[in-house]
Design a protein around this ligand. Structure first.
Ligand code: RIB
Length: 307
């Protein structure tokens, strides 16, 4: 393992408004000033892998030929992410409309635009084949996610963050080495389980994939491997300002850590990921809120050693 990560996914410009509460259907409310910031689950995860995780990171995505694309390339490049595998296409760069309530919770609608054109061509395939970890989410075509997973080399890990929630085709299930989900996404992916505890959900998911990291918000995360014990990783206590992109920050850091250690370091990777996500919620924005590696390591130390 040499610490190389390729993130395949979406890039969006986030149009963000702070609101006193999220509006109901048919309702108009007044919010704060509009912020225009770099986002998109894939780009957020790439920035996190590079900045907070310290990995050699490539982003595979698609952007339009507009100002939004320049904003995203500047953010990715500023974090040290390689962007020579990002296609420029004749479609508007993806855009996310986001409202954030005073408790930091968000509501998001995505207009995918160029993200619908993300593909794995020859250049992308070459970079994927050199990676230790390939990380993807579900804001791009599922066929592209499957194609990216299939291009990884023997021994490289395919980490799927199954967000936003979608039904997964068999061709994708069979590629996954590590599945990262929150409790809602986990429940969407499994048939009825006897009880809805995270442990029961994780056990059901282990019928389909070898390893699961389930994020549990203020309760930390649950790490489960087929044939192994399930491990709870505690959460750091922080004051939430904006939860947008915090899960993406965790995924990026998880991938970066796994690219150094392989699956053997999964619990420790989840501890670093949890610390990174906790730091991310203390600042507004998605990529703008990604912490640096030193702060992540320092907070992770306070969480106690994961087995
Ligand atoms: O996970 C947060 C991200 O979801 C935002 O940055 C937004 O662009 C959407 O993709």
């Amino acid at each position: 393992m040499t610490g190389r990560v390729v993130v395949v996914g979406s890039a969006n410009v986030d149009l963000v408004v702070d609101v006193p509460r999220h509006p109901a259907g048919g309702e108009t409310i007044l919010g704060g000033d509009l912020r225009r910031t770099p986002g998109g689950k894939g780009a957020n995860q790439a920035v996190a892998a590079a900045r907070a995780g310290g990995a050699d990171t490539t982003f595979v995505g698609a952007l339009g030929r507009d100002d939004s694309a320049e904003l995203l390339l500047a953010s990715l490049g500023g974090a040290g992410v390689r962007t020579d595998t990002v296609d420029r296409v004749d479609a508007p760069t993806g855009t996310a409309l986001i409202t954030v309530s005073p408790d930091g919770e968000n509501a998001i609608v995505v207009a995918p635009g160029a993200n619908s054109r993300v593909r794995v061509g020859a250049a992308q395939a070459r970079r994927i084949a050199a990676a230790d970890v390939v990380l993807a989410q579900l804001e791009i075509p599922l066929g592209t996610v499957v194609a990216a997973a299939r291009e990884r080399r023997e021994g490289a890990l395919f980490v799927l963050n199954a967000a936003p929630s979608r039904e997964l085709p068999e061709a994708l299930w069979e590629q996954v080495d590590v599945l990262v989900v929150n409790e809602h996404e986990a429940a969407d992916l499994v048939d009825d389980v006897a009880d809805g505890t995270p442990e029961a959900l994780a056990a059901a998911l282990l019928d389909r994939v070898p390893a699961v990291v389930m994020t549990l918000g203020s309760h930390g995360s649950l790490v489960a491997r087929r044939g192994g014990e399930q491990v709870r990783v505690p959460a750091a206590r922080v004051e939430a300002v904006d939860t947008t992109g915090a899960g993406d920050t965790s995924c990026g850091v998880l991938a970066a850590a796994l690219a150094r250690t392989g699956l053997a370091g999964l619990a420790q990777a989840a501890r670093l990921a949890g610390a990174a996500g906790a730091l991310a919620v203390t600042r507004p924005g998605a990529q703008d809120a990604v912490p640096d590696a030193a702060h992540v390591a320092a907070l992770a130390e306070t969480l106690g050693k994961a087995p």
